[in-house]
Design a protein around this ligand. Structure first.
Ligand SMILES: *[C@@H]1O[C@H](CO)[C@@H](O)[C@H](O)[C@H]1NC(C)=O
Ligand SMILES: *[C@@H]1O[C@H](CO)[C@@H](O)[C@H](O)[C@H]1NC(C)=O
Ligand SMILES: *[C@@H]1O[C@H](CO)[C@@H](O)[C@H](O)[C@H]1NC(C)=O
Length: 456
């Protein structure tokens, strides 16, 4: 045990300072599932605890993370766990929450995911008391996984300005009639690299996204009682969705998608008597649960950050769209949220029916989906990926966070769709929104939806 511990300290010391920057780790469910030892530091701290250089564990806990979301400690006590995309995991057991990012090493474009260990993470009880740092290590060592990030040539190429490929747009409109593509002049002011950020970040962090979970008869019956068309922008004539925003060329879609959910859910719960707009810059600058303009995840932001640290209103730290030191006014009141979870209870348990049930009952839900070349040209209609590639602009598939606000059925074609709020300004799409095919897990949009409840 002592030997292994020294090895971890040595490994951590050898890592670049980059430890909390965009995590290129690629740790899947099967990589993480198994028997872990959590090495935990002194308790009794508050949320200002800095775990970045943690190296002084004083106790150990053995936890087995089992199928599908069962956590069991060495005494036989049980709890829950969930993977968070391919980035890390959270465990809730014995009244305590543990969250850590999976360990990785980055050397130039070479990334080694060390999925049997974590960076220093945070633990605290379910009432946010008694914070401590911990490091997780699997009982049995696993082979590290190599990923090679984007080639250097493509990186250089991506420094040039985006230019429209009119032939590509024409092809999209020729090939299908479900949706229309257009040219957006505002994109021509952006570098390719910035557009990749706008779309959610680099492909290198794309995991094998789980397929939607099977639908139980009970869920199916419940979903059948829901209306055919539902839209939080017009619920008995009233809009519960906060205004469209523009993230600019910062990879902060996760902050916009998350806050859009948290804002709408406050509107729903208070019958629009409270209509706060939350600061996304606070998240970009101040959250250690995400990577600033390099990305993040709704589970950790609209959910965990909003529960552990709370969010503030826009004027407390207005949006700048760049990374920076935390400059949120300390005097600002913080709004808290709770009951955050992947819809279905854990990563991999989501499906279309559960999404609709949660949407109608609780309010809009944050989702991630895969963005292909054709999507940025969306003007209107029901988006279905065409499979066409833009030969002139070296895009990669990215993972973008947005907010599902409604669903419906197209009266003429019978096509089912979601209504989704984007964060690319009002000039994009259908007044800042888009519709996308529903019921077929289009671009994985029905796989990783997140919910949260406001504390009023
Ligand atoms: C990355 O890995 C490749 C082969 O796997 C190797 O040729 C290259 O030198 C490595 N680059 C760095 C910076 O380690
Ligand atoms: C991540 O790991 C999975 C399974 O090990 C693999 O299928 C996938 O290609 C990996 N992704 C990247 C970007 O390396
Ligand atoms: C909610 O707000 C609407 C519009 O302001 C109002 O007509 C309605 O009575 C309110 N509902 C409740 C339960 O207060």
């Amino acid at each position: 045990m002592a030997m292994n511990w020294l090895k971890i300290v040595a490994l951590l010391a050898s890592l670049a300072i980059h430890v909390y920057a965009d995590t290129p780790a690629n740790c899947t469910y099967e990589d993480v599932r198994g028997k872990w030892v959590f090495m935990i530091g002194s308790k009794g701290h508050d949320r200002t605890l800095d775990c970045s250089a943690f190296d002084s564990p004083i106790m150990e806990l053995q936890i087995t993370l089992d199928f599908p979301n069962l956590a069991i400690d060495q005494f036989g006590n049980t709890g829950f766990w969930t993977l968070i995309y391919n980035q890390g995991f959270e465990v809730v057991i014995n009244g305590e929450k543990y969250f850590a990012f999976s360990l990785y090493k980055k050397d130039g474009n070479n990334v080694t995911s060390i999925c049997d260990q974590t960076f220093p993470g945070w633990s605290h009880d379910i009432f946010d008391r008694n914070w401590a740092c911990f490091i997780g290590r699997k009982a049995e060592e696993q082979r590290p996984k190599q990923t090679v990030l984007l080639h250097e040539e493509l990186r250089v190429e991506s420094e040039r300005f985006y230019r429209h490929n009119l032939e590509f747009i024409h092809q999209i409109n020729q090939q299908q009639k479900s949706w229309q593509a257009t040219r957006y002049l505002q994109f021509e002011k952006m570098r390719i690299e910035d557009m990749i950020k706008m779309k959610g970040g680099r492909k290198s962090t794309i995991a094998s996204i789980p397929k939607p979970a099977p639908v139980t008869p009970e869920v199916s019956r419940m979903a059948d009682t829901l209306p055919d068309n539902f839209d939080w922008r017009n619920y008995y004539g009233i809009n519960y969705v906060s205004p469209i925003r523009n993230q600019g060329n910062c990879g902060s879609c996760y902050a916009f998608g998350s806050m859009a959910m948290n804002e709408a859910r406050i509107r729903v719960r208070t019958n629009n008597t409270q209509t706060p707009i939350f600061s996304t810059q606070d998240i970009v600058e101040c959250s250690e649960y995400s990577q600033g303009c390099d990305g993040g995840f709704p589970y950790l932001i609209g959910g965990k950050y909003a529960e552990d640290f709370g969010v503030v209103e826009e004027e407390c730290n207005p949006y700048k769209g760049v990374d920076g030191k935390c400059s949120t006014k300390p005097s600002c009141e913080r709004q808290y949220f709770t009951n955050y979870e992947y819809i279905g209870g854990f990563y991999g348990a989501c499906n279309e029916e559960l999404m609709r049930i949660n949407l109608v009952k609780n309010g809009p839900i944050a989702v991630s989906f895969e963005v292909y070349d054709d999507f940025v040209h969306y003007k209107g209609g029901i988006y279905i990926h065409t499979g066409l590639r833009d030969k002139f602009n070296p895009f990669e598939i990215t993972n973008h966070v947005v907010l599902v606000v409604g669903y419906g059925v197209e009266p003429v074609t019978g096509q089912k769709y979601w209504v989704v709020k984007n964060s690319w300004g009002e000039a994009w799409g259908e007044m800042g929104f888009f519709r996308i095919r529903r019921s077929t897990d289009e671009c994985s949009i029905e796989s990783i939806a997140v919910q949260v409840d406001p504390i009023l």
